[in-house]
Write a protein that binds this ligand. Structure first.
Ligand code: UDP
Length: 337
């Protein structure tokens, strides 16, 4: 029988890429997703179980139904701005939801977990590039929720022998090389899809640049954009890593290369005949000025090296948005809920 991995949030942006990669590696990805933010049609590489992390019975049913060997946990609320407005939503989904998953894994005797964490746990960096030894001082409820979830996982590793890898993503972006899956949030808040949508659909108006008075070289925020396919690869390596390494581990996933909002816009304009236009808006609450990773630890421990840079990210995202994928996924998402 093929190995089975539970992918919580497998109908979401990063989870769907992961499922495709797992299937290619001969693993059955069992998606557990509420479809609140995920898309039914993104689940193409294994079974879909619709359920909610806040309903423990939904989780125990999935563990009873499939011979799950390990878990990849992507299911979370993930918008910084929304988290500032609705912290309760974030703490309940991301912290309590993770606790319920840990309990269900424990009851089912499943002992390996890869957790989607985030650079937002670091808050405003005290130095860059940020390594894993940097203090965790989240400045928004999203980052706080992921930090608290990590600490729960750590406690379960120490007390119950769970093996876990927390992967702190910097800015996930890009789309599948075959155009089968990509980023389709509604409403969309992320920079790269917003720039591409505005470039392809001028009636949407100019893209908004949130703040040009940050302490960065051009005044706009600097981020480390990492291709979603590189993230999926790191998760596969993390699964292998846990076979030989007990305990709790944390790795940053980024390229080590920072790009400002203005640079991303300019690079996209170069690909899109000068479009889109832009307009400067006030800062968005909760945004640190600069987030750039040191991913040296992931490279040394996991043997992980990102293959894509910003150009590959933008080209793949543009292809996805130009094809039917993004439009169809967005259109269907409302019907799925
Ligand atoms: N941003 C922007 N316009 C947008 C969306 C985002 O200027 O339409 C900025 C945002 O303020 C941040 C950077 O782009 O400085 C990356 O934001 P995104 O939401 O893509 O990712 P985050 O860093 O919040 O995870």
């Amino acid at each position: 029988m093929k190995p089975h991995v539970l992918v919580c949030g497998g109908a979401g942006y990063i989870g769907a890429h992961m499922c495709k990669r797992l299937a290619r590696a001969g693993v059955v990805p069992v998606t557990f997703d509420s479809l609140v933010t995920g898309h039914r049609n993104a689940v193409q590489w294994g079974p879909l179980e619709i359920g909610d992390l806040l309903h423990p019975g939904d989780l125990s049913a999935v563990f009873a139904r499939y011979p799950i060997q390990s878990v990849l946990h992507f299911a979370a609320r993930s918008l910084v701005g929304e988290s500032v407005r609705e912290p309760a939503l974030y703490l309940r989904n991301n912290v309590t939801g993770t606790l319920n998953l840990l309990d269900a894994m424990r009851s089912a005797g499943v002992g390996k977990l890869v957790f989607s964490s985030t650079a937002a746990v670091y808050g405003n960096p005290l130095y860059t590039p940020i390594d894993e030894a940097h203090p965790a001082q989240p400045i928004n409820p999203y980052g706080l929720s992921k930090w608290l979830a990590e600490q729960q996982i750590r406690a379960y590793c120490e007390a119950y022998g769970l093996r876990a890898v927390c992967l702190r993503y910097f800015n996930a972006a890009g789309a599948d090389a075959d155009g089968e899956t990509g980023e389709a949030h509604e409403p969309e808040t992320h920079l790269i899809p917003n720039i591409i949508r505005a470039a392809l659909t001028p009636s949407l108006g100019p893209v908004k640049l949130f703040g040009n008075d940050y302490p960065t070289p051009d005044g706009t925020c600097v981020r480390d954009y990492i291709h979603v396919e590189d993230l999926a690869e790191a998760h596969l390596l993390a699964l292998d890593y846990m076979a030989g390494q007990p305990g709790f581990h944390v790795f940053n996933l980024g390229t080590g290369q920072g790009n400002s909002v203005a640079e991303v816009l300019a690079q996209c304009q170069a690909l899109c005949a000068g479009a889109p236009a832009s307009e400067v808006q006030p800062r968005r609450p909760g945004d640190p000025a600069t987030l750039v990773a040191s991913a040296a630890l992931a490279q040394a421990a996991l043997g992980w090296t990102p293959r894509h840079g910003l150009d590959g990210i933008l080209r793949s995202a543009l292809r996805w948005h130009q094809g039917s994928g993004a439009t169809a996924a967005t259109a269907r998402s409302t019907a799925d809920r």
